[in-house]
Design a protein around this ligand. Structure first.
Ligand code: SF4
Length: 347
């Protein structure tokens, strides 16, 4: 469905009232735009800003990122969560260097073949940097498009999702100035979703497309987008051995890939209390001090974490592939958020 004047309104509004001073704006460098897009998936702008600056300082271009050890990338990513993004970021940089001579492809179709770059991220990079006429459809933009069009088909069904992509494509700028308008249009759609067309209380009164918005006219924006299938959540218990020495050293092991917290450094992790106990000599088992379990929420899973402290007089025991890490060293390592919290809290 083509809506007369929709794209023009979005472009004009972005120029006057959109976000124009974020650190990754004002550039058409695909490396910076790609980096910001990956960081912004599932993470708020305010959090991303600091990480973005630190990343760029350390890895100013795709070659420096590709050449870095994965541990360094995970260390810098630490605290942003969803670590598969960091692993894919690293793989993607390596692929750009190996297969594209260190230059990002300019079209969304080729960009989408790279690790960690889905259709919407590919379209964001291609439209923001190269003016390609392709639609983005992240969660924020889905909300805007479904509301404006009154698109109430269930997005749990792939055919409906495809129809929404077609509808979003039909809304893009048309005519001679389309390529020139694309960066601002894409940014405008992101800004509308993030600052005006909010999930619970959309600010329809100040929305540039209110006059053509079906959901606003019907008074039911919160109904959109429609998705019936709920994520199935599961829960899982894990036991953590928190062994520490008086000099502050702590026993850490790198998590295997694939699996929970793959590639990150973690306290030795066990599936049961028995497994944890049997990793230790009998004398030490008696010294274990269990803390009350706490829940850490992942996307599809609740992790019930049981921590057993073990205070040692020196960095002595070994547990599998674990090694002792000095107090000065672990803060720079890639650690899962709850483990970092524990270690920061201290014993
Ligand atoms: Fe969203 Fe309201 Fe704007 Fe429609 S009018 S796009 S519901 S903010």
């Amino acid at each position: 469905m083509h809506l007369q004047g929709f794209a023009t309104k979005v472009v004009h509004w972005q120029k006057m009232l959109g976000r124009n001073h974020l650190p990754w704006q004002g550039t058409q460098d695909p490396y910076r735009v790609w980096l910001s897009e990956i960081m912004l998936q599932q993470t708020q702008v305010v959090t991303v800003i600091g990480y973005f600056d630190r990343f760029l300082k350390r890895f100013p271009d795709v070659r420096s990122l590709a050449g870095a050890p994965l541990d360094d990338v995970l260390g810098l990513w630490s605290g942003l969560g969803y670590y598969s993004r960091a692993r894919n970021l690293h793989r993607c940089a390596q692929q750009v260097v190996a297969d594209h001579a260190g230059v990002f492809p300019r079209d969304a179709t080729t960009l989408a073949t790279l690790p960690g770059i889905g259709r919407s991220t590919a379209a964001a990079v291609a439209s923001l940097c190269f003016g390609e006429r392709v639609a983005i459809l992240d969660a924020n933009v889905k909300r805007v498009v479904t509301r404006v069009l009154g698109f109430d088909a269930d997005l749990a069904m792939a055919a409906n999702e495809r129809a929404l992509w077609d509808a979003a494509t039909a809304l893009l700028p048309v005519g001679r100035g389309a390529a020139e308008d694309m960066p601002r249009y894409t940014q405008g759609m992101m800004d509308l979703g993030a600052t005006v067309c909010l999930p619970k209380k959309p600010l329809c009164m100040v929305c540039p497309v209110q006059k053509m918005c079906q959901a606003s006219a019907a008074g039911d924006p919160q109904r959109y987008p429609v998705r019936t299938r709920k994520l199935k959540r599961s829960s899982h218990s894990l036991w953590l051995l928190w062994a520490h020495a008086p000099n502050g050293a702590v026993l850490l092991e790198q998590r295997p890939t694939p699996g929970v917290w793959a590639g990150l450094y973690c306290l030795p992790l066990f599936d049961s209390e028995e497994a944890l106990r049997s990793a230790l000599p009998a004398a030490l088992q008696k010294q274990l001090q269990f803390e009350p379990a706490f829940v850490h929420v992942l996307t599809h899973k609740d992790l019930h974490l049981h921590v057993a402290q073990l205070t040692l007089s020196a960095a002595s025991i070994q547990a599998g592939s674990a090694r002792w890490v000095r107090a000065a060293d672990w803060p720079a390592m890639g650690l899962p958020a709850p483990i970092r919290k524990l270690l920061t809290r201290g014993v």
